[in-house]
Design a protein around this ligand. Structure first.
Ligand code: 5AD
Ligand code: SF4
Length: 478
């Protein structure tokens, strides 16, 4: 089989990163080797995101640039997948003449077949059918050795909540959960290939299994917690309305579950929450945060916020700032509201001006800076277990070493904070044979020395060697 080169550009969420990886594995069977961006590529796929207007604009400017590449290399096959493809379908093929393939969020299983047809017939194809929903959720399990330490696993797709600002129910379709056995099989395969941490993905993981009557999300978590060799479990995203007491209790009962929850609130005003169709009140949300902190006092909480939803008055906005002060989030993602095709709020009449949205977004971000700094500073002087992802990938190579020429490593705390750390004598610990990977995938103790806004700096603590460590989270195994 001829060796061919594939490049995938992923825009958007973690689910897209997972989907892109699955595409690469599927296309390998057709002889495509995944490479970084290069004019040598025979096939370029853009995996797109439509969640906010900005992400969609990014797709179109990128396609403009790829069109120029295709002019130079007419043999190049250009494909667009994901949410924008699902949303635009045939219109996308008409609008971008250099495109060969448009495939939707449920066509991943058919991708090799589609590409093969283009190779053989030189045709242009649109496939945005939702019929293959089950199949597109089935993952391919042929992982390379030495994969990243931290991997994503999609456990369900689609959403039926219909928040009035959101495009997801239209582009990702109906909610569908994967079977627990398939998920467990996939995680075991990932662990065997070197993964230490798994993040379970879904638009609303809390409703996992409900429709199908298979195991609940807390039951799934408990089974995953038993997988040997797996060190950490994370999940995202949780809808506050479906956050059950059983799930909250998992933070106390499951030793591998990281102490972090992403719980998007979107707004602190009950009036706006109603207009968003979020199905919880500010009070109910705060009660859940309180329960989480009761069960797990040092849990980190992050959220998503939308600034300037249609009809958001000054007092609604103040309610959001007030809620932020009450919760004191570890981190947030905040966005200016933008109209999305099909979403109900696009038809609301009382829109907020761009200028006002920008001002409100800035106020949210500014307020959060103080809380993030405070949370990060509170860790200085403490020892934190860190799962090491590898050498720090700083662009500035000088920053990879400290003044004694020790390498800088990077990883995360259980609470999801990035920690860059040095060890006083890398060479000593690796017994003279300095290898790039000595700490990779290990859980190590790091003493936090300095807090920055987006990361922490620390120094490795070398404990007495232990023969075994059942709990995992405090282990250091050289
Ligand atoms: N405008 C702005 N932000 C949005 N989000 C989703 N749809 C929109 C929109 N139309 C944000 C929400 C969601 C996150 C993934 O993106 O905060 O939680
Ligand atoms: Fe969109 Fe709401 Fe579904 Fe989240 S829960 S994906 S915001 S519709």
């Amino acid at each position: 089989m001829k060796n061919k080169y594939l490049h995938i550009i992923t825009i958007g969420c973690q689910m897209n990163i997972y989907d892109s990886e699955q595409m690469a594995i599927r296309l390998k069977a057709l002889g495509y080797n995944l490479i970084p961006f290069s004019e040598r590529a025979d096939l370029i796929i853009v995996n797109t995101c439509a969640i906010r207007e900005k992400a969609e604009q990014k797709v179109f400017s990128l396609l403009g640039r790829l069109a120029r590449l295709k002019k130079k290399n007419p043999g190049l096959i250009l494909g667009v997948g994901g949410c924008v493809a699902q949303q635009e379908g045939k219109k996308l093929l008409q609008r971008v003449p250099c495109l060969d393939l448009v495939f939707g969020t449920h066509a991943a299983g058919r991708l090799p077949e589609l590409v093969e047809r283009i190779e053989q017939q030189g045709c242009r194809i649109v496939d945005i059918g939702m019929s293959d929903q089950k199949n597109s959720l089935e993952s391919v399990l042929q992982y390379d050795q030495n994969i990243n330490i931290s991997k994503f696993v999609t456990i369900m797709q689609g959403c039926e909540n219909f928040c009035t600002y959101c495009v997801v129910p239209y582009v990702r379709g109906k909610e569908l959960s994967r079977k627990p056995e398939a998920i467990i099989r996939e995680i075991k395969a990932l662990v065997k290939s070197g993964a230490g941490e798994i993040t379970l993905l879904g638009q609303n993981v809390n409703s996992y299994g409900k429709k199908e009557g298979i195991s609940t999300f807390p039951e799934l978590l408990a089974s995953i917690n038993r997988i040997e060799g797996l060190k950490r479990i994370r999940f995202t995203t949780s809808h506050p309305k479906d956050l059950s007491d059983e799930l909250i209790e998992c933070f106390a009962n499951l030793d591998k579950l990281c102490k972090h929850i992403h719980l998007p609130v979107q707004s602190g005003s009950n009036r706006i929450l109603r207009r968003m169709n979020r199905k919880y009140t500010r009070e109910e949300y705060l009660e859940k945060i309180e329960k989480l902190r009761e069960i797990c006092p040092d849990i980190a909480v992050s959220t998503d916020l939308i600034a300037g939803f249609p009809g958001e008055s000054k007092s609604d906005f103040e309610d959001t700032l007030e809620l932020m002060k009450q919760v004191e989030y570890d981190s947030i993602f905040a966005f200016k509201y933008s109209d999305r095709p099909n979403a109900k709020a696009a038809g609301f009449s009382d829109k907020i001006s761009e200028n006002e949205k920008r001002t409100r977004l800035q106020r949210i971000l500014k307020l959060q800076e103080g809380f993030t700094a405070q949370k990060n500073s509170s860790l200085v002087g403490l020892i934190q277990p860190v799962l090491v992802e590898g050498l720090s990938k700083k662009q500035d190579m000088d920053n990879q070493y400290d003044s004694n020429n020790n390498l800088q490593w990077t990883g995360r705390t259980s609470t999801n904070k990035i920690v860059n750390f040095f060890h006083d004598n890398d060479r000593k610990i690796s017994d003279g044979s300095m290898s790039d990977r000595i700490y990779e995938g290990k859980l190590v103790d790091v003493k936090i020395k300095k807090a920055l806004l987006h990361s922490l700096k620390g120094k490795l603590v070398v404990p007495e060697p232990r023969l075994s460590d059942k709990k995992g989270d405090n282990s250091y195994v050289a």
